[in-house]
Design a protein around this ligand. Structure first.
Ligand code: 13P
Length: 256
């Protein structure tokens, strides 16, 4: 089984100064991430401060929450792969449902963003997930596999190993109402089968599938014990260092 991954998506929270303080607290609470890969995704403006708050080599890996697919140019307000790469990012979250919902991100654009990330050796964390209407209408599998295949269109077997998938049901994000571990495991299984049928079982082995949506220290263990769940993408609960440290601890215990 690939190394477990716990990602904190800070969304639009915390200034650079606040981010540095959180990273320092987290380092005290988690002196050694050990067998778990811990990724922090603060806002763009806090990436540098978060990096500078850590010794080298960094105990926690940095991620950006988005990028634009061009490297540079007249794209006011956008941020490119080389820019976040220089700040020390190794990962980038792409296709988050909040970006799809509020900022018009769509599968074809997300595909271009994934290709841009890969060109610069950044590891994309691709988010997929169904709305409540999709789930109630029995369309969960069709929706998530459609997103997966469109966003990963044209990706080679070699590139696939750089990809992480996050299954985040839209109805579970920020609602305090997570999917059940069984629901998550079922969708993860479908995603894995889809990857295997398109790229072959060997090529998709290193691809980790995370669950995200109202993950807390209270429920994280139930997801992480499943051999279908390679880690968690945590929103709200990652902003409290104590809570985030607890979830990292749970992942460390499961990973053994
Ligand atoms: P919450 O953990 O706040 O539900 O957010 C999940 C999420 O969107 C992580 O990307």
């Amino acid at each position: 089984m690939p190394r477990r991954l716990i990602v904190g998506n800070w969304k639009m929270h915390k200034t650079a100064t606040e981010a540095a303080a959180i990273v320092q607290q987290l380092m005290k609470l988690v002196p050694e991430p050990g067998n778990v890969e811990v990724v922090l995704a603060p806002p763009f403006t806090a990436l540098q401060a978060a990096g500078q708050a850590m010794p080298i080599p960094h105990p926690f890996i940095l991620a950006a929450q988005n990028l634009f697919w061009e490297d540079q140019g007249p794209f006011t307000g956008e941020i490119s792969a080389p820019m976040i790469k220089e700040l020390g990012c190794q990962y980038v979250i792409l296709g988050h449902s909040e970006r799809r919902q509020h900022f018009g991100d769509h599968d074809e654009g997300i595909n271009r963003k994934i290709r841009a990330a890969l060109r610069h050796r950044l590891r994309p964390i691709l988010c997929v997930g169904e709305s409540l209407g999709d789930r109630e209408g029995g369309r969960t599998e069709t929706v998530v596999t459609g997103q997966l295949l469109r966003c990963l269109d044209g990706i080679s077997k070699d590139e696939l190993r750089m990809i992480t998938i996050a299954y985040e049901p839209v109805w579970a994000i920020g609602t305090g109402r997570p999917a059940s571990p069984a629901q998550a495991a079922a969708v993860h299984k479908t995603l894995r089968a889809t990857l295997a049928s398109s790229w072959g079982p060997e090529a998709c082995k290193p691809v980790r599938i995370l669950y995200g949506g109202s993950v807390t220290p209270e429920n994280a263990g139930e997801f992480l014990v499943s051999d279908q769940v390679d880690g968690a993408l945590v929103g709200g609960a990652c902003l409290d260092p104590q809570s985030f440290a607890k979830m990292i601890g749970l992942a460390q215990n499961v990973a053994g």
